[in-house]
Ligand binder design. Structure first.
Ligand code: ZN
Length: 223
């Protein structure tokens, strides 16, 4: 799911053309935003994940090889484009863990990184879709979402649906409530997210604390 988020966040990040035109090259961030080169690796990674992730998690070595290739492609791409809100929110989701102990990990409170980014992703993409509906819709289809979604499904809903489908297929917890948070934790989660300005600044729209609170509320549970 971390690979999935690297790919989808990179293609939905603030476009490289939206950097301030006056910014001197030396002042530009290393994460320059979505660009044609990073898009290539991200889109292939999404296609590979749709085809192989579920079997890879089940232990199929050939599928794992394909997911490792997806991880490599999305890794190089996000090193160039940068990720955004799900990764920013994951700092708080992982950092403020209380009692969540996932099976298969050391017996200690822990939200593994892939879970920490995934649990907020559908809520974020529902929100960011209006900045670039076609990019969100294309990501949904590449991830295995419904190519012929009903006309009344927004691009954000389509991408959220595709991510939720992957989450359910590999038993990712159901939103932030699935890793132990409730509505009463949202202000603390926002406080833990606001310092991640490098990532929040790479989102395709402004995400002030009030919006982050709404995103965490939308991420409480999905099914
Ligand atoms: Zn990551």
């Amino acid at each position: 799911m971390d690979v999935m988020c690297h790919a989808v966040e990179s293609v939905t990040a603030r476009r490289y053309t939206q950097r301030a035109a006056s910014a001197a090259p030396s002042a530009r961030p290393a994460s320059q935003g979505a660009n044609p080169w990073s898009d290539l690796g991200c889109k292939e990674a999404m296609r590979l994940l749709a085809a192989h992730l579920e079997r890879a998690v089940a232990g199929d070595d050939a599928a794992r090889e394909q997911v490792m290739w997806a991880a490599t492609l999305a890794g190089i791409a996000f090193g160039n484009a940068g990720v955004h809100a799900p990764h920013a929110m994951a700092y708080a989701v992982a950092g403020r863990v209380r009692e969540f102990r996932p099976a298969g990990y050391p017996d200690a409170p822990l939200v593994p990184h892939g879970m920490a980014v995934a649990v907020s992703a559908p809520a974020v993409f529902r929100h960011t879709a209006s900045t670039a509906p076609d990019r969100h819709r294309e990501a949904a289809v590449l991830l295995g979402g419904d190519r012929h979604a009903q006309a009344d499904r927004t691009a954000g809903d389509q991408l959220a649906d595709a991510v939720i489908q992957l989450m359910r297929a590999i038993a990712i917890p159901n939103g932030i409530s699935g890793v132990g948070y409730g509505a009463g934790d949202i202000s603390a989660l926002v406080d833990g997210t606001v310092p991640q300005q490098r990532l929040l600044g790479n989102a395709p729209c402004e995400l002030p604390p009030s919006t982050l609170a709404a995103l965490f509320e939308g991420a409480l549970s999905y099914w």
